[in-house]
Design a binder for this molecule. Structure first.
Ligand code: B16
Ligand code: MG
Length: 220
């Protein structure tokens, strides 16, 4: 039976993907590098430094001439722009259906975990006033290999004390779906079914996420 749900944050619980986009876009513009929504899609679920490296890989030398110190400076700069953008986030920015789903899961006595690559995730859960629903929040700084590696989802299952095969992972990013499947969990994608084709089930938006519909698909 299903024992736990493990959620991604950005793009699933709240739409911070748009703030990440704005902050990266500002940095890319400052550096004179191309950046659009299609490129941003590749950064979803990918941690801060790996995201920066993808952007810099568009430089003529693939970004190889850039020192670690310079990269750290740019990554910190992006993060401070991002943190300003999320300062005003409050419970009005929880995506539709998410809080109702959290209620349903608690009623059914299922555990809830967070597997977000974002080092700002805990701050956001507090601002959204949903932190109390979570039985385990994985610290992404403790994870050696980011998504698409399964590590962060496996750490969440371990933290919840549940076997991966009894966990449902919920993700909006292709890298995240790969991570869930690599962990041996059931993957629910939120968004474009053609991008999230490796998921076991895809819903177009969070309002369609209900325990009943997921259970029905899971048992098939
Ligand atoms: P930060 P998720 C990910 O969060 C975002 O999708 C990704 O765009 C971002 O670069 C990453 O977190 C790191 O975020 O810079 O705040 O540490 O989708 O895994 O919840
Ligand atoms: Mg995400």
């Amino acid at each position: 039976a299903i024992q736990a749900f493990i959620f991604d944050l950005d793009g699933v619980i709240t739409d911070t993907a748009k703030y990440h986009y704005k902050a990266w876009k500002q940095l890319a513009d400052e550096l004179g590098l191309p950046f659009d929504h299609a490129f941003n899609e590749q950064l979803k679920g990918i941690d801060r430094m790996a995201s920066l490296e993808k952007i810099l890989s568009q430089m003529e030398d693939g970004g190889r001439s850039i020192s670690i110190q310079q990269k750290e400076h740019w990554a910190a700069h992006k993060n401070s722009v991002y943190q300003q953008l999320i300062e005003a986030v409050d419970e009005s920015e929880i995506l539709p259906g998410i809080e109702a789903l959290f209620h349903e899961l608690k009623e059914a006595q299922l555990r809830i975990g967070l597997a977000s690559a974002s080092r700002n995730a805990e701050t956001l859960l507090k601002q959204l006033k949903v932190e109390a629903y979570f039985d385990c929040i994985v610290d992404p700084a403790s994870i050696a290999n980011g998504k698409p590696a399964p590590d962060i989802f496996l750490a969440a299952a371990r933290g919840l004390g549940v076997h991966p095969s009894s966990c449902i992972g919920v993700e909006d990013a292709e890298a995240g779906i790969q991570a869930i499947k690599g962990a041996g969990m059931y993957a629910v994608g939120v968004g474009d079914a053609s991008i999230l084709s490796k998921a076991d089930m895809v819903v177009p938006d969070t309002s369609k996420l209900t325990l009943t519909s997921i259970k029905a698909h899971w048992s098939q």
